[in-house]
Every structure is written in structure tokens, then in C-alpha cells.
Write a protein that binds this ligand. Structure first.
Ligand SMILES: [Zn+2]
Length: 415
């Protein structure tokens, strides 16, 4: 571990340069959540990358566990971190908790302080192949628990907007798991991230890749291969910084897709949205270009069409209200009704323990007709962000990291 950090910033600067160069070659700008005390000690170095288009987000004042901190402590620490960023001439709009950990107070404090996004929730993709030896299996399980990771097989891996703050999930296995927990070598490191890309592409999900710049030596080839493959795909992958993803998701939440019956079996479809919105149509005889499986893209945001069923999702009256909220975030227009025959797709959720992934699969399996607002801009199929936390730059940062987070007594963990 210590060999990664030199007494001066030059060893780490070389790693940041390499990360920056790999990303730049593929037209990608990274997001590097940075601990504020590290920025305070290395402002010129880090500002150089911001000038080249990298984004720095706040990664704590010190590298502490925010799941263990009271609200007031978090407010003080994160406000102080913002001041350090401002003093370095960097306007940060996002936050990632050290160790991908946070609690409910973190979210409240971020809203109060005017942050636009939060990116600390880990989502586990089922991409680790083959049997693991006992110690790798135990280490892997420990990491999943430490991160309180969600299961990508159950949830839609997309940003969520709640009260003005966008929550952007982080994909695992991350670099730390690939190397420290699973002990993978090439070509398995690259293969594992390519499987995450395949998974997210198949489902239209978001792949927030986490690679600490300090590990670029080990994982540079995997980063390059993953970004290059994402760039090759058609339909495209929306590759963006986290602040760009947050701003897209916020803009998208203001788009409105309406379907109204005009006469008998005719419907008026109208999307009020920015030009880069994606309007998907299925089973409708309108001008369209192929996109993915049954879905096509309509370049016209307003049209009238004949259809024997209404091109929206019907939701049964007994379904929990969270189902309708989820479909709204998914850009699917819906009607609440028990008459399942009149809609292009229909969902009936009898219990409060439902899975987003299953609901989407059921809708996807319906032949339509359907219209919806695509998740990503300009007809992109899925999304990807290259991110990497900067926890330390010099050996001094690394040593101080342990000391700084131990100054305060450990508190009970909040549920
Ligand atoms: Zn960190």
C-alpha cells in the first residue's frame, strides 16, 4: 500500500496523468471524488485536472465513515469541505461518502448545503464467475456488507431524484474488490468489468465504474478496454461525468409525455422535452428508426396514431403507490385502472415487496403498444461514468488519513 504513495506528489501525479490520458484518448472525462484535506494540501496539482475537464466531487473533509457520524458533525465537516473546495477555486456539486458509506443525515445535510447529487450507494452486479476460494469468498462478502450493497438483479440501476438531490449508484465489483478481495489477475479483471458493461447495456442501466487513481497501474488496461468497448457500441453508451449525469437526470425529470385519446381508436402523443430527449415507441405505426429489440425511436415529439389499445401502462388499483412513482421516474406514462385489456402493458402488484427488475421485465415482455421517455439522451442505450476516489496523494496524506479519522471517538452506527 505504502509503495503507491511517494513523499512528494510526483508519483501520484503520474498516476493521475495516466488515468487522465486513458480517459482522454476515448473522449471521456472522469469524476474524482477527493477528500478535502487532500485537496487543501495539493490544490495546484488537482486544479490542473479540473482545467482539463475532470470533475472533483467532495469525498469528505477527512476520510471518515459518515455512517457513524451525527447530523451536526456531518454538517460541520461537509460545509468545511465545501469551503476548502471554494478556496481552491473548485465548485463541487456532488458528494461521495468515504468507504461508500452514509446515513439518512448525510442526505439531509447535502440538500441543505445545496449539493446536486450524492453517489455513495453501491449496487452489486452478479458478474463474478466461477468458484472462489474460502478467503476470497469471505472478503467479497465482507465488502458487500460494508457497502450495504443493493442487488442489481432486483433494482433498476439508474439515478433517482428526490427533493432536488440526485442519487447516483456506484457499481461493484470496484477496483478494491477485484484486486484486494478477489485477487484477480488479467484477463479476468478486464473480463469482469466487461461483464458489468454487458449487463448494464442489456438492461439500459448505469455503470458507475470505481477505480481509485492510485490503482491505475494494475487496472489501466481494464479501464481502457471497458471505455473502448463502451465507445464502440451502437446504440451508443452515454458516457458522462457524475455532475453531467445529475444534470441530465434533473432535466429529464421535467420532461412530460402525455397520451390522450382524441377519437375512437386514435391517440395524441406529445412529449414536452429538450431536443436531446429520447422518445421510444413500440408497436405503433409511426415514422421511427430501429433502436433495441421491440423499441424504436420517434424523432417527432408530437404525433397522432391509430391503435387498438392505449399505448401506456395500466396499473391495478391495489398496486402500491410506489409502483406509479417508479414508472414515472422510468418515463412510462400510466393509468390506474382494473381494466387490463385496454393498455399496451399492464401491471398488477399484490404485495408491498415487489422488485423493480421484475416489474420492468413484465412491461418489456408486453408487445405494446407503448411510448416512453428513454432513460438516456440522444438515443443512448445505457450509461457509464468513470470515477475514482482520491483519498491520498502523498505519503503524508496517507499517514494523516489514519490520524485524522481517529481524532474523534467512534460513535454508534446509526441504523
Ligand atoms: Zn475513499
Amino acid at each position: 500500500m505504502l509503495s503507491r504513495f511517494g513523499a512528494t506528489s510526483s508519483a501520484m501525479a503520474q498516476r493521475l496523468d495516466r488515468y487522465d490520458a486513458i480517459a482522454a484518448e476515448l473522449g471521456v472525462r472522469p469524476t474524482w471524488p477527493t477528500t478535502a484535506c487532500v485537496l487543501a494540501r495539493n490544490p495546484e496539482l488537482l486544479r490542473r485536472y479540473v482545467d482539463r475537464g475532470a470533475e472533483l466531487a467532495v469525498h469528505g473533509l477527512v476520510h471518515g465513515d459518515h455512517a457513524m457520524l451525527e447530523r451536526a458533525e456531518q454538517r460541520d465537516a461537509i460545509a468545511r469541505a465545501l469551503e476548502i473546495f471554494a478556496h481552491a477555486g473548485i465548485e463541487a456539486t456532488g458528494f461521495r461518502g468515504p468507504y461508500l458509506r452514509y446515513n439518512a443525515a448525510t442526505i439531509e445535510v447535502l440538500r441543505e448545503l445545496g449539493f446536486r447529487y450524492h453517489s455513495s450507494q453501491a449496487v452489486l452486479f452478479p458478474v463474478v464467475d466461477g468458484p472462489l476460494d474460502a478467503s476470497a469468498a469471505a472478503g467479497y462478502q465482507l465488502a458487500i456488507e460494508l457497502y450495504s450493497a443493493r442487488d442489481a438483479r432486483r433494482v433498476a440501476v439508474i439515478p433517482r431524484l428526490a427533493d432536488g438531490l440526485v442519487d447516483i449508484p456506484v457499481a461493484i465489483p470496484d477496483d478494491e474488490i477485484l484486486i484486494e478481495r478477489l485477487g484477480l489477475e488479467e484477463p479476468e479483471r478486464t473480463a469482469t468489468w466487461l461483464r458489468v458493461l454487458d449487463w448494464t447495456y442489456a438492461r439500459g442501466d448505469l455503470f458507475t465504474l470505481q477505480l481509485h487513481p492510485e490503482r491505475i497501474g494494475e487496472l489501466g488496461p481494464a479501464l481502457h478496454a471497458t471505455l473502448a468497448e463502451a465507445r464502440r457500441r451502437r446504440p451508443s453508451v452515454f458516457i458522462a461525468r457524475l455532475d453531467e449525469l445529475a444534470s441530465w437526470w434533473t432535466r429529464r425529470s421535467g420532461f412530460a409525455l402525455s397520451v390522450t385519446r382524441t377519437d375512437g381508436d386514435r391517440y395524441q402523443v406529445r412529449l414536452r422535452a429538450d431536443d436531446d430527449a429520447t422518445l421510444l415507441v413500440r408497436g405503433l405505426d409511426v415514422p421511427r428508426r430501429p433502436w433495441h429489440r421491440d423499441d424504436a425511436i420517434s424523432d417527432r415529439f408530437e404525433f397522432e396514431v391509430a391503435s387498438d389499445r392505449m399505448p401506456v401502462v395500466g396499473i391495478s388499483r391495489r398496486s402500491p403507490p410506489a409502483v406509479a412513482r417508479f414508472l414515472a421516474e422510468e418515463g412510462l406514462p400510466f393509468e390506474i385502472s382494473d381494466d387490463r385489456r385496454v393498455y399496451g402493458a399492464y401491471v398488477d402488484v399484490a404485495s408491498t415487496t415487489w422488485r423493480e427488475a421484475e416489474l420492468l421485465e413484465a412491461i418489456d415482455a408486453s408487445g405494446g403498444p407503448l411510448v416512453r421517455i428513454g432513460r438516456w439522451p440522444a438515443g443512448a442505450r445505457s450509461a457509464l461514468a468513470a470515477t475514482g476516489d482520491i483519498d491520498a496523494i502523498t505519503l503524508l496524506d496517507f499517514a494523516l488519513r489514519s490520524w485524522e479519522t481517529r481524532r474523534k471517538p467512534q460513535k454508534e452506527r446509526h441504523p
